[in-house]
Structures are given as structure tokens and as C-alpha cells.
Design a protein around this ligand. Structure first.
Ligand code: BJW
Ligand code: ZN
Length: 269
């Protein structure tokens, strides 16, 4: 095992050097991907049999062209996913990230996820780089759309559902997410870049680090001198760049990291 790779099952596996770095940090950025919600039952995109892009074709569902060509198929698929998220609960990793904010000087939370599990775990001011499933808007004029209920009836995953029409211009309502080829919301992206450039520790949790420009953030932090910690059960392209690679499920690793930090802060002296 290389000297920056750690298998984490409990707080005692967390290296003292890592709790030292966290305890001394002025500004921590937590950067999350689909893996942090995996233990809540939300499928990831790229790893494993049940992942979304192994079951469905990204090009026919997650692009503006797909929505123009077949709005009912795309809207139905996103309504199915919104229903699944509504039924899911935050897991130990979401809760540990929310708690961690109380144990470090400053914490910014940046997620690529379109679910609201960080918010439901108690994290305020989450930056959503790829939008939110519950923030639909008009495709033509951009007017926000209020979903009638947070947990819609579960359509079948391939059942077409025609999108509602905009009350202002009649255009189709689209999911409030960022599709391939679309720009990230500018304010959120600038905020994320600024946080990555100013932090002294960045913790990347549950992302394959394959989708850009979001995947630039840990590199940006590293270039500016931050320590980078990665939490993932599998290797990623970031392994070589990180100071600490914590192998394991986020729902195990993050509570362990939190407990190790709390133990250090409670220790006399
Ligand atoms: C666990 C775990 C557990 C499992 N605990 N961990 C070539 C080079 C660079 C860029 C490009 C390129 N070709 C094309 C591009 C651009 C493209 C891109 O990056 N493509 C790559 C795939 C190659 N990017 C874009 O198009 C972006 N826009 C853009 O570039 O705009 C340019 C522009 C500028 C100005 C004007 C106009 C345009 C937009 C990207 C949008 C991404 N959208 C999606 C879908 C959102 C909607 C939806 O939900 O349907 O966002 S794609 C999908 O990937 C989703 C995610 O947020 C994103 C990242 O995925 P994530 O979170 O990393 O998940 P996975 O599944 O990949 O990984 C999960 C990880 O968890 C794994 O590592 C597991 O091991 C781990 N895991 N269980 C911890 N229990
Ligand atoms: Zn409209």
C-alpha cells in the first residue's frame, strides 16, 4: 500500500497526520459527487452495474438536444429520479459533513449532486455546480417552476411524462440541472473556484473526478498549496494528486474522520 493510501473502517484507522491537518485548517472545502449519496440508495453515474450511465444513454437523456427531441422521455426520467430522491434519506456521510462544519474554522460545501441530501442533513449554503432536480425552469424564458409536490408519484423509469408548460410564455419546463455541453451556473462556479483557491484543505468525496470543469477544483486547490484528501472506495485519476487517499464508503469514512477529529479536540493539551 502506498504511503498516502489508507483503508478506513473506524476512527482508529484515521492517520494522526490527517486530523492534525484538519484541526489546524483555516478554511476547509468539501467537494462531493454522486458517491456520497450512494448509501442513501441514489445510483451513481459511472461505477457499477446499477449506475445510471450503465443503464441509460447519457446522450439521449442528459443533453439539451435530447430534451428538444424528446421532452416527454427526458422529463419522465427526471421525474422518476426526483421521486427516488424524495424517498431517500441523508446518510452518515451527509450528516458527518454537516457536523464537520462545527469543528473547523470555516467550511464551504460544493457539490456536483442534483439531490438535496446535504441540505436535509443540515448543511447551509450548499453550492450546486450541476443544479438541482427540484429547481425546474422554463426552457425558453428561464422562469422558475414550482413543483406541486416534493415527492411525486413514481413514474416508471422509462415512462414518458410530458413536461408542464410555462405560465408566462408556454415553453416547456425543463429540469433544473446542468446537462453536457451546458455552462455551469456562473455565480456558483465563481464561488467554487474562489473557495478552492483560498482553502487550505479540500476534501473530495465520492466523485470519479472525470467531469469538467468541476473536476478542476481539487487541482486548483492543490496548485494553491492546499492539502487534498480523497474519500472513495475505488481509485480515481485524483489518487496521484492527493495527500491522503481514504479508501472506503463515505458513510463509514466520514463519520470516522469526524470522530477522530472530535477525539483530538477533546484530548487535553
Ligand atoms: C463512492 C461510494 C460510496 C461509490 N462512498 N464514494 C474532454 C475533456 C474535458 C471536458 C470535456 C471533454 N469532453 C467533453 C467535455 C465536457 C463535459 C465533460 O466533462 N465530459 C466528460 C465526461 C469527458 N462537461 C460538460 O459538458 C460541462 N459543461 C461544459 O463543459 O460547458 C462548457 C461551456 C462553457 C460555456 C458555455 C457553454 C458550454 C457540464 C457537465 C454537466 C454534468 N452533468 C451531469 C448530469 C447532471 C444531471 C443529472 O443528474 O442527470 O452531472 S453528468 C454526471 O456526472 C452528473 C454528475 O454531477 C457528474 C459527475 O459525476 P460524479 O459525481 O463524479 O459521479 P460518478 O458516478 O462519475 O462517480 C461516483 C464515484 O463515487 C466513483 O468514483 C465511485 O467509486 C464512488 N463511490 N460508492 C464514496 N459509498
Ligand atoms: Zn417561459
Amino acid at each position: 500500500m502506498s504511503d498516502n493510501l489508507f483503508s478506513i473502517r473506524s476512527a482508529t484507522d484515521v492517520p494522526a497526520a490527517l486530523t492534525h491537518v484538519l484541526a489546524g485548517a483555516r478554511h476547509v472545502v468539501v467537494f462531493t459527487g454522486a458517491g456520497i449519496s450512494a448509501e442513501s440508495g441514489i445510483p451513481t453515474f459511472r461505477d457499477g452495474k446499477g449506475s445510471l450511465w450503465k443503464q441509460f444513454d447519457a446522450k439521449t437523456l442528459a443533453t439539451p438536444e435530447a430534451f428538444r427531441e424528446n421532452p416527454a422521455m427526458v422529463w419522465g426520467w427526471y421525474e422518476y429520479r426526483r421521486a427516488a430522491i424524495g424517498q431517500a434519506q441523508p446518510n452518515g456521510a451527509h450528516l458527518a459533513v454537516a457536523q464537520l462544519a462545527r469543528h473547523v474554522a470555516k467550511l464551504d460545501l460544493i457539490t456536483q449532486n442534483v439531490d438535496d441530501l446535504h441540505e436535509r442533513a443540515g448543511s447551509p449554503d450548499v453550492t450546486h455546480l450541476h443544479g438541482r432536480l427540484d429547481r425546474a425552469r422554463c426552457q425558453d424564458c428561464g422562469l422558475g417552476w414550482e413543483h406541486a409536490c416534493t415527492t411525486p408519484d413514481m413514474p416508471r423509469d422509462d415512462a414518458p411524462v410530458p413536461p408542464p408548460r410555462c405560465t408566462r410564455c408556454g415553453g416547456p419546463i425543463r429540469p433544473g440541472v446542468v446537462w453536457f455541453g451546458e455552462a455551469l451556473p456562473q455565480h456558483d462556479w465563481l464561488r467554487a473556484m474562489q473557495a478552492a483557491e483560498q482553502c487550505d484543505v479540500l476534501i473530495s468525496i465520492g466523485t470519479s473526478s472525470m467531469v469538467y470543469p468541476a473536476a478542476e477544483l481539487p487541482h486548483r486547490a492543490r496548485t494553491q498549496g492546499a492539502r487534498v484528501i480523497q474519500v472513495n472506495p475505488a481509485p480515481t485519476p485524483m489518487d496521484a494528486v492527493c495527500d491522503f487517499n481514504l479508501r472506503g464508503d463515505a458513510g463509514v469514512v466520514m463519520p470516522a474522520v469526524l470522530a477522530a477529529l472530535q477525539a483530538r479536540q477533546r484530548a487535553p493539551g
